[in-house]
Design a protein around this ligand. Structure first.
Ligand code: RTP
Ligand code: MG
Length: 137
C-alpha cells in the first residue's frame, strides 16, 4: 500500500551534520522515494499548528524553543507502508529506549533532541504535508 509521510530532520540533526546520513537511510529503503525537500527555519506559528496536540503540555515550550533554534529539513517520503516504516526507522521518542540501528537509537540521548519527526498516521501525514508543502497536490 503506497502512502506518503512528512519527515522533519530537526535542528540538532542539521547542526550535527547528520542530514546526509539520515537521508541516506531513507533513500536505501526499497521502493521509497523523496518527493519534496526543503531546508527551512520553523516559526512559532508553524510549530503551533504542527504540534497542536501538545500545546499546553509541560514539554511544549522547550520543544518550540528547540525546534526554532536553527533550520530543519522537511521532506515528503512516498512508498510502501512508509508511515509505519518511517516511525520504525526513527525509533521510539526516547532515544535511550530506541534500539541501535534506528536513527534515534544510533545518534540520540536526549528525549527532546531526538533528531527526526515522522507523521504518526496517514491522516496526520496529509495534514502535515499540507502545512509544510501547501503547493503539493
Ligand atoms: P515527533 O512528533 O517529533 O515525530 O515525535 P514522537 O511522535 O515520537 O513524540 P511526541 O509524543 O509527538 O512528542 C513530540 C516531540 O516532543 C519532544 N518531547 N519532549 N518529555 C519530554 O521532554 C518530551 N516529550 C516529547 C520530542 O522532541 C518529541 O519528538
Ligand atoms: Mg508525534
Amino acid at each position: 500500500m503506497s502512502q506518503r509521510t512528512l519527515v522533519l530532520l530537526k535542528p540538532d540533526a542539521v547542526r550535527r551534520g547528520l542530514v546526509g546520513e539520515i537521508i541516506g537511510r531513507i533513500e536505501r529503503k526499497a521502493g521509497w522515494a523523496i518527493t519534496a525537500l526543503e531546508l527551512r527555519s520553523l516559526d512559532r506559528a508553524t510549530l503551533e499548528r504542527h504540534y497542536a496536540e501538545h500545546v499546553g503540555k509541560a514539554f511544549y515550550e522547550p520543544l518550540v524553543e528547540f525546534m526554532s533554534s536553527g533550520p530543519s529539513v522537511a521532506l515528503v517520503v512516498e512508498g510502501e507502508r512508509v508511515v509505519e516504516g518511517m516511525r520504525a526507522l526513527a525509533g521510539p521518542t526516547d532515544p535511550i529506549a530506541a534500539a541501535p540501528g534506528s536513527i534515534r537509537g544510533d545518534f540520540g540521548t536526549i528525549v527532546r533532541e531526538n533528531l527526526v519527526h515522522a507523521s504518526d498516521s496517514p491522516e496526520s501525514a496529509e495534514r502535515e504535508i499540507k502545512l509544510f508543502f501547501p503547493g503539493l497536490i
